[in-house]
Write a protein that binds this ligand. Structure first.
Ligand code: HPA
Length: 278
């Protein structure tokens, strides 16, 4: 009798990739992860080919409440992209390997840049709901790592460098684009929690105190894996609520989603323009 461990299987990744290539996912340059309430960028994908998560071999099974759950391949601003409409979260019962599996698949498909979006709460009270925040750095409060598994070294340096996890060149470009388009884009630190419960007032105080400007339930694991793969990342949070511990109102998930949806067109513009410039 032997102990078994879950670890990242290259064979499974190869099968996922083979299925997608067979569907026509041909050498995408840019991978894009769309967060809660932020799925509409797929409407600007030209000549789209779709693959539902549940049809891709070895992909985590989508049981997601808010998302459609599909990969869309096509062209944006003249570049070949692969878009994840809907991501996997720890709070849905997936583990760190599951939620980062699609990043490894997109990397194996050939992407050389990764764009990430999410909905997050503003703990920096100078930021308002409906603002967007370019993520310049992060704090992992999820109590684990997608690299803390057997077999990880096969894919890259286990002790991944995180001194500059968000690509400086793309951050600078996006900042300039936002200025040129007259779109307000804040910049700050994103803290990731597991959720799904929202934070207590004491937790918001702590999150602010340790140096975060926004808090959400995603992104950090994907960013860790992308760094492990030396994949340059740009990430934007859409701030959907103001997390003021001294004046905290009960959370309204429907409002969070509606603010994300309302802000989304600005995010789409920023991403489209950045894609054009790469
Ligand atoms: N915490 C608080 N507010 C939020 C979150 C979160 O994780 N996500 C979106 N708004």
């Amino acid at each position: 009798l032997f102990k078994t461990y879950k670890f990242m299987m290259k064979d499974e990744l190869l099968e996922s990739v083979a299925y997608l290539k067979n569907k026509g996912f041909d050498n995408p340059e840019i991978g894009i992860v769309l967060g809660t309430g932020l799925g509409k960028l797929v409407d600007s994908v030209e000549d789209p080919i779709e693959a539902h998560y549940n049809h891709i071999p070895f992909f985590p099974l989508a049981t997601v409440e808010f998302h459609t759950g599909k990969l869309v391949y096509g062209t944006i601003s003249g570049k070949k992209v692969v878009v994840m409409q809907g991501r996997f979260h720890l709070y849905e019962g997936y583990d760190f390997l599951d939620i980062t599996y699609p990043i490894r698949v997109m990397h194996m498909l050939g992407i050389s840049k990764l764009f990430i979006s999410n909905a997050a709460g503003a703990v920096n009270l100078n930021f308002k709901k409906g603002d967007m925040m370019l993520i310049e750095d992060h704090i992992n409060l999820q109590g684990g790592s997608p690299l803390a598994f057997k077999g990880v070294s096969e894919f890259g340096e286990r002790f991944a460098d995180m001194s500059e996890p968000y690509d400086l060149d793309m951050r600078n470009k996006l900042t300039t684009i936002a200025k040129d388009l007259n779109i307000s884009l804040k910049s700050g630190v994103y803290a990731s929690v597991v959720g799904p419960q929202l934070e207590t007032r004491a937790e918001y105080r702590m999150i602010k105190l340790i140096g975060a400007d926004a808090v959400g339930m995603s992104t950090v694991p994907e960013v860790i894996v992308a760094n492990h793969l030396s994949l340059p990342i740009v990430a934007v949070s859409v701030l959907t609520d103001e997390c003021d511990p001294d004046n905290l109102k009960p959370v309204d998930i429907a409002e969070i989603i509606s603010i994300a949806e309302k802000t989304e067109p600005k995010m789409v513009k920023l991403f489209q323009e950045l894609i054009k410039q790469l």
